[in-house]
Write a protein that binds this ligand. Structure first.
Ligand code: G4F
Length: 331
């Protein structure tokens, strides 16, 4: 039985990855910050089949202890300060966790378990002000946020530990991936939950920022399969993981409101508070390498993704006994 250590296990990707690895017969160990009151909601279905251990990407000693004690075969670094907008307000903290945290973990592996295979959650946010479209593994980076800058550092640290110490270290450059488990601060879930709140009469408006931004949105459950596949190859490499399609925030709104029979233009307002000091206008990924070498392909398309998210947020309210007051939701 292989052992996988997952940082960020309480998040969207961590919970999907834990489920995927358990189904493949892995022993799953998850790192959880001791100082935080961990929200284990996303792990409800697997809580009794995983081990949660205390540790923190800010604390090298705790990482070293966990790696030493559990001797993982695979380490997935999914933990980060991952909200781009917040990174402008907390650039130093973002750098400590999202950039230097990668090196602390790599050091722990290099010292205590150099044969472990390492996955780094890199991000399409590294492409930022894109130099070419679509973006592939060969596209130069131009990050546009403290978060993006920190992810570039983590990416190159991963490459560097592979080249310097021969670690089996891979960087997955994942484009936006969403699901009903997405945090409410990210635009897709903010929209799906906002649509449901409007349909149930909890509010009348949804305030958003830049509606013209375009993203390559896929389903998180599909993307964690690619993470695992990267660590099963004979040679470590970096891979772009993306759907290959791009849509605007405005289009996401159109599809989401249409799911409950509402016209988005009647409810969405633009609030400059949600603008960013520097914006990433367009992301569009080319996942040809992942498709060819990993045999990976996404199963859930854009429209189905939007529908699943809206249906989830509508379903939560129906399950709580609430009555819809607008649109075509039927109780
Ligand atoms: O959903 P977002 O906050 O995601 P963003 O910034 O693209 O970052 C996500 O994807 C990255 C991969 O490329 C990850 F690395 C990162 O950790 C995170 O998961 O914003 C998407 C777009 C942006 O252009 C933003 O300006 O939506 C625009 N937007 C418009 N109104 C909004 C809003 N974003 C948020 N969060 N809230 C709004 O009201």
């Amino acid at each position: 039985m292989k052992t996988a250590l997952i940082t960020g296990i309480t998040g969207q990707d961590g919970s999907y990855l834990a489920e995927h690895l358990l189904a493949l017969g892995y022993r799953v160990v998850g790192l959880v910050r001791r100082s935080a009151t961990p929200s284990l909601e996303r792990l409800a279905d697997v809580r009794d089949r995983i081990e949660l251990v205390p540790g923190d990407l800010l604390d090298t000693g705790s990482l070293l202890r966990v790696v030493q004690e559990h001797q993982p075969d695979e380490v997935y670094n999914l933990a980060a300060q991952s909200f781009v907008h917040a990174s402008f307000g907390e650039p130093v903290h973002t750098g400590e966790v999202t950039a230097l945290g990668v090196v602390r973990l790599l050091e722990a592996i290099r010292i205590a378990r150099p044969e472990a295979r390492f996955y780094q959650a890199s991000s399409s946010e590294m492409f930022g002000k894109v130099r070419q479209s679509p973006q592939s593994e060969d596209t130069p980076f131009h990050p546009r946020s403290p978060y993006g800058v920190a992810k570039v550092y983590g990416h190159w640290a991963t490459v560097n530990y592979r080249e310097s110490y021969g670690l089996f270290a891979c960087s997955g450059i994942l484009f936006n991936h969403e699901s009903p488990r997405r945090g409410l601060e990210f635009v897709t879930r903010k929209i799906s939950d906002g649509v449901a709140a409007i349909a149930f009469g909890e509010r009348d408006r949804l305030a958003l920022g830049n509606l013209d931004a375009r993203r390559d949105w896929g389903f998180a459950g599909d993307y964690v399969r690619a993470m695992h596949l990267m660590l099963q190859q004979t040679e470590p490499r970096d891979y772009v993981v993306a759907s290959g399609t791009t849509h605007s925030v405005r289009e996401f709104c159109q599809y989401a409101f249409a799911r409950v029979g509402l016209d988005w233009e009647e409810y969405v307002t633009v609030d400059p508070r949600f603008y960013r000091p520097a914006e990433v206008e367009l992301l569009h990924g080319d996942a040809s390498r992942a498709r060819a070498e990993l045999g990976w392909a996404p199963e859930v398309g854009f429209e189905e993704l939007v529908q699943r998210m809206v249906d989830h947020d509508v379903g939560r309210r129906l399950a709580a006994g609430r009555e819809p007051v607008r649109g075509t939701v039927t109780a």
